[in-house]
Design a protein around this ligand. Sequence first.
Ligand SMILES: Cc1cc2nc3c(=O)[nH]c(=O)nc-3n(C[C@H](O)[C@H](O)[C@H](O)COP(=O)(O)OP(=O)(O)OC[C@H]3O[C@@H](n4cnc5c(N)ncnc54)[C@H](O)[C@@H]3O)c2cc1C
Length: 477
Amino acid sequence: MENETQFSNFDFFDIFTSVLKHDTDKINLLNDVLTTLKEVLDRNNVQERSLEWDEIGAKLINGKVILPDTFENVLRELVVDNQLALLFLPEDMGGYGFTNLFAGPIIDLISQYDFSLRIASMSGIGISNLLLKYYKEPFDNALQGFADGSRIGYVAFTEPQAGSNLKNIKSTSELDGDEYILNGTKIYISNGGYGNTGLFLCNNLVNGKVEGTNVFLVEGNENITTLRLEKKSGIRVNPTAQLLFDNVRVPKENLIGEIGQGYNKVLERLQGMRIAVAFQSSGATKRVYQLAKNYAETREQFGKTIGSFNDVSRKLDSIKSQISRLEYYAYLSAYALDISNYNLPTDNLNLSKVPVNLTNIVNQSVPAGIDHNLTPYFVSNAKLYCSETCNSLMYDACQIFGGLGFISETEVNKIARDSRVLSIYDGTSEIHHWIINRSQKIIESIDKFVNPYNFIPNQTVYDKMLELKFPGIFNKI
Ligand SMILES: Cc1cc2nc3c(=O)[nH]c(=O)nc-3n(C[C@H](O)[C@H](O)[C@H](O)COP(=O)(O)OP(=O)(O)OC[C@H]3O[C@@H](n4cnc5c(N)ncnc54)[C@H](O)[C@@H]3O)c2cc1C
């Protein structure tokens, strides 16, 4: 029971102060950033406007992607005026060195306002991290462009026949002098046709034969045609495009990582984007809790507010109690990824009295024949648990609104529709379940493995549903 009490008091600043106690300047800066962002989002009435944006959606007119003016104005204020992406560049490149842990509260906050805005405003951060990992000078323009807000990013991996199984792509790259020529059709590309700087995954063609896969940085839109925008049930103001890459020429220096290693090595480096989905889930859940609570306190039936009925208050309590658990999963994974990327201090994680030295776990030497450490285990747990739980809670939140919960012009309905994508993009839940199970061999090799998820108090009905659907994630070890 003690864990339960501690857990419900969980606050993300616990993590910052315990893990990053030597870095109080950065924590203060994060506080200032959150205050500024909130002011921008409130001043522009984003929560109300997001319904208007949802109604208008993204449009493809004469081959050009058009977004509502008011959406673009807020986006500009976030990425150009406030240089959101600059925060994440390392200090020696003029940035502030924000890591995944710092990204968490920012993503969570913007997701409480509008998912499409969160996707567009932070589109360059994951790509910048990848470029920094495989840094070379020709990447400077793209990094600078993301930092000053002049670039919007996109990631072009999925193809009609290659969704979960990206090994099945047909796109190609072929060297021609000092350039690569890229060809292929990509589908479901977020910010597609709107973003001007992207990643392109393709087969590495050498003398007509496939020799591994490559990932390229693609700048500009020459020879890239937006064939269509998908009509979606959610995140409607974020363009989801089908893109044709027709003999797109890029300098050979735009190859990211080693030749032929795109799928095997480079893609593994995009874990931060998955953690972002976990934080989107916690942000969305917070907002619907607020909406449902306000509604339950004001809507009357049978001469009473509906919140006074047990069935309604139980639903509200259940949403509330899940919020800190979503944060737990999300921050734990952000911390694990930061340990893996930045060698954080080796303190015990002083969170909810969980006696886990995550640093030791993440840095554990990996048994022979296994080509990954435990970071994906934490990241996939967060992506899977947060996105699935958020979706279950959306059902309850809409139910509290009765008929209104089914009306697409209400904010709760819009957030529920937006949230549906969380368990699909950046790897479906089923794929993350597979990744979690893949880590089992490493876990078995660790002497006295202390599983941080065992410290989560009593299972709720949602965990039980998850357990039935994905029995692996609650395996007691
Ligand atoms: C709104 C939106 C935005 C997106 N943005 C991007 C983007 O920016 N860039 C990009 O490259 N892609 C993007 N995607 C694509 C997304 O990543 C894919 O839709 C996703 O990976 C699933 O691929 P699929 O749709 O082809 O489904 P499939 O892979 O065909 O899967 C269908 C079903 O089978 C299950 N399944 C597949 N394989 C297995 C397995 N081995 N075990 C168990 N179950 C399995 C899946 O989990 C799913 O339930 C986006 C998609 C959407 C809807």
